[in-house]
Design a protein around this ligand. Structure first.
Ligand code: PBG
Length: 344
């Protein structure tokens, strides 16, 4: 039966030549390779995560993510315009919160005038044609660096969900188009969906970080939002065990039932099996996040001359498409869109 599925298996013909099937024929010329190509990456597949910081006309480098900068809101608006110009459909806004505004309960997340809300309002006003995605989780705002409220060493689920609902509403009211809960609390998608409906914000989409693993690859991101120094312990009681697959199916199943419009897998390249399985199982709009550590690996190797950026950046993104992604969150978005535009 496994054999029957491989219809293209070479048949050894007795005459005249061997082999009758030469797979290299279709690869011989550029036009032929383009003709038989199965997957195509376009700028419309890209979501660009952007870090925002306080101030005006500021761009601060992120040490562990060479080439990535935190932008003040005015600069973020310019960056959004550039992304829109290149055909990137969505940007994701992450805040670097002043340490003085961080607290045990992450209350700054609920401030309708916090950095994220300021950025969302400014971008939607100046660049209305681009979609804006906001992460829902408390870690950029908590003094302990965790995504939820704590009681001792315990991350409280239901109490956290109540706060996340309020955070999501504040962002939606600022004009956020896609709410993306990244906290991995149980029941948060349903609670946020219900609140959006009740408030008449029925058009606001939810992209659920459904299969989010407790990964070491988030390290540079935590530097970028300033939570790495603060984080006590790890996130294994809420983010998933990297050893699990079936659990990802269950997580996605709940998120879809609770009202997610789109699902996401994170990290990206080391988890393409999860992406493939979720897309095959649910047929939902399914996204992958090429996270900060993956960016740092590729960028760092390229900057050292060990990898060729002209080869590996688009190759890595195309791999997501092949595995079934409808789109990719990537810090390479602008770079990749420029390469695609140049016809790389
Ligand atoms: C917040 C959040 C994280 C990332 C996205 N949203 C960090 C974390 O969960 O610790 C990571 C993104 C990246 O590494 O690029 N909960």
């Amino acid at each position: 039966e496994a054999r029957a599925r491989h219809a293209a298996e070479p048949q050894v013909m007795p005459e005249p030549g061997y082999p009758a099937t030469r797979l290299r024929r279709n690869r011989r010329t550029d036009w032929s390779r383009r003709l038989v190509r199965e997957h195509t990456l376009t700028p419309a597949d890209l979501i660009w995560p952007l870090f925002v910081t306080a101030g005006t006309d500021r761009a601060e480098p992120v040490a562990s993510m060479p080439g990535v900068e935190r932008f003040s809101v005015d600069r973020a608006v310019r960056a959004a315009a550039e992304a829109a110009e290149l055909g990137i459909p969505v940007i994701a806004v992450f805040p670097y919160t002043d340490p003085g505004l961080r607290s045990a309960d992450g209350a700054e997340a609920l401030n309708p005038d916090n950095l994220v809300c300021q950025a969302v309002r400014a971008i939607k006003r100046e660049v209305p044609e681009i979609g804006v995605l906001c992460d829902v989780a408390l870690d950029p705002y908590t003094s302990h660096g965790h995504d939820g409220l704590m009681d001792g060493y315990e991350i409280l689920n239901d109490e956290t969900v109540e706060v996340l609902v309020r955070q999501a509403m504040v962002q939606a009211e600022a004009g956020c188009d896609i709410i993306a809960p990244s906290d991995m609390m149980d029941g948060r998608i349903g609670a946020i969906r219900a609140a959006l409906e009740a408030a008449g914000l029925t058009h606001v989409q939810i992209m659920a970080y459904s299969a989010k693993y407790a990964s070491g690859f988030y390290g540079p991101f935590r530097d970028a939002v300033g939570s790495s120094g603060a984080l006590k312990g790890d996130k294994r009681t809420y983010q998933m065990d990297p050893a699990n697959t079936d659990e990802a199916i269950r997580e996605a199943e709940f998120d879809i039932a609770e009202g997610a419009d789109m699902i996401m897998v994170k990290p990206g390249l080391p988890y393409l099996d999860i992406l493939y399985r979720l897309k095959q199982t649910f047929g939902m709009p399914t996204f992958a996040y090429q996270v900060s550590g993956e960016y740092a690996m590729v960028r760092g190797a390229c900057d050292n001359g060990w990898l060729d950026p002209d080869r590996v950046i688009l190759e890595s993104l195309t791999a997501f498409k092949r595995a079934g992604a409808d789109g990719i969150l990537t810090y390479f978005a602008l770079d990749a869109a420029r390469r695609l535009k140049a016809g790389a």
